[in-house]
Ligand binder design. Structure first.
Ligand SMILES: *Cc1c(COP(=O)(O)O)cnc(C)c1O
Length: 382
């Protein structure tokens, strides 16, 4: 019998503790495990290598992406770094040109010096990707975010999977969450999450995860997890696991509230442009409708004016908190140019269309009327 998403999110990996019957299994806060004889133990020898709390979470997260395997990390960027260690010096990575700022920093300022080559292309344009992939042996990894951070561009994952040849296709699925989009079903080899965001859902932890159906990739990532050691603590694993039990209900409200906010902003005279894939005017709307079950909780927009107007608006908000990050129950507002994407050099930012007037909202679970009224009063004040 195969269960539906909501049921699996609550039960996979959360079976009652066999020893005590505790409905919520204990947090195994232990670094090491007693052995009966040298090398004879119950499957655990040291918590960097494995831990029961982490294992239960990995089983649950794999199930949500309909994956065979999941390997968790101490952060989303640690998970990204683990994927990069699958490559060899000289290998080429073709990345979307509108990714999380920390991903760009990791590529350019950490891994480039180890001989990896990074190229950037607007992956929402399949023709542009095709022209970069002319020699199929030349690109080893395709790095895709969809929707992108912060411009909310949509990439056709099936289309990319058909083009990719022998390259590995890795998809950062943080913005959509597995409730809305499952890239492995669309042809991806690897899915990455910053579980800091929607999976955890409460802005109280940092974590990352990689899912795959390929046993060899899984073995290699498991080896990196243990050998490099960027592992999540048992307590953080417990928090992510608790978070995903409500992922479905949270995502439904995130989507409904974001739709309300996007529609409100689209009508407002102080707003120049709204980026939300749920709007029919969004260039990726049709692709998003095909590959996502709904359009998510992230909305970006350009305020009329520039830095002074954006700053004044952000300081007037009362329900939205001015902060980096996203995906929590509380609504957050972010100014990409000076906050999350400040590590991207100004010329590159301009090329990516991250202007000073761009504002990114993580629409939370407050009452939608309060969210709209808050945005309205802040826009009026500018
Ligand atoms: C936050 C984020 C990351 C990085 O994750 P951390 O948990 O902060 O290390 C990667 N990708 C996207 C899309 C993100 O939003």
């Amino acid at each position: 019998m195969s269960f539906r998403f909501e049921t699996r999110a609550i039960h996979t990996g959360s079976e009652p503790d066999p020893q005590t019957g505790a409905v919520i299994p204990p947090i195994y806060a232990t670094s090491t495990y007693a052995q009966e004889a040298p090398g004879v133990h119950k499957g655990y020898d040291y918590s960097r290598a494995d831990n029961p709390t982490r294992q239960r979470l990995e089983r649950a997260l794999a199930d949500l992406e309909n994956a065979q395997y999941c390997v968790t990390f101490a952060s989303g960027v640690a998970a990204t770094a683990a994927i990069l260690t699958l490559l060899e010096p000289g290998d080429r990575v073709l990345s979307g040109d509108d990714t999380y700022g920390g991903t760009y920093r990791l590529f350019e300022q950490v891994y480039r010096k180890y001989g990896l080559e990074f190229c950037y292309v607007d992956t929402s344009d399949l023709e542009a990707v095709r022209s970069h992939l002319r020699d199929p042996t030349d690109t080893k990894l395709l790095w895709i975010e969809t929707p992108t951070n912060p411009r909310m561009k949509i990439t056709d994952l099936r289309g990319i999977a058909e083009l990719k040849g022998d390259a590995l296709l890795a998809v950062d699925n943080t913005f959509a969450s597995p409730y809305l989009q499952r890239p492995l079903e669309l042809g991806a080899d690897l899915v990455l999450h910053s579980s800091t965001k929607y999976l955890g859902g409460h802005s109280d932890l940092i974590g990352g995860a990689v899912m795959t159906n390929d046993p060899e990739l899984h073995e290699r990532l498991k080896f990196i997890q243990k050998s490099v050691g960027a592992v999540p603590s048992p307590f953080d694993c417990f928090l992510v696991h608790r978070g995903i039990k409500t992922l479905a209900v949270r995502m439904r409200t995130h989507c409904a509230n974001a739709r309300r906010v996007a529609q409100f902003l689209e009508e407002h005279p102080a707003v120049e442009r709204v980026y939300y894939p749920g709007l029919e005017t969004h260039p990726g709307h049709e692709v998003a409708k095909r590959q996502m079950d709904d359009f998510g909780g992230m909305v970006s927009f350009e305020i009329r004016g520039g830095l002074p107007e954006a700053t004044a608006f952000l300081q007037k908000l009362r329900v939205f908190t001015l902060a980096e990050s996203l995906g929590g129950v509380e609504s957050l507002a972010n100014h990409p140019a000076t906050m999350t994407h400040a590590s991207i050099p100004p010329e590159e930012r301009a090329r990516r269309g991250i202007r000073d007037s761009l504002i990114r909202l993580s629409v939370g679970l407050e009452h939608p009327d309060d969210l709209v009224e808050d945005l309205e009063q802040a826009l009026e004040a500018v």
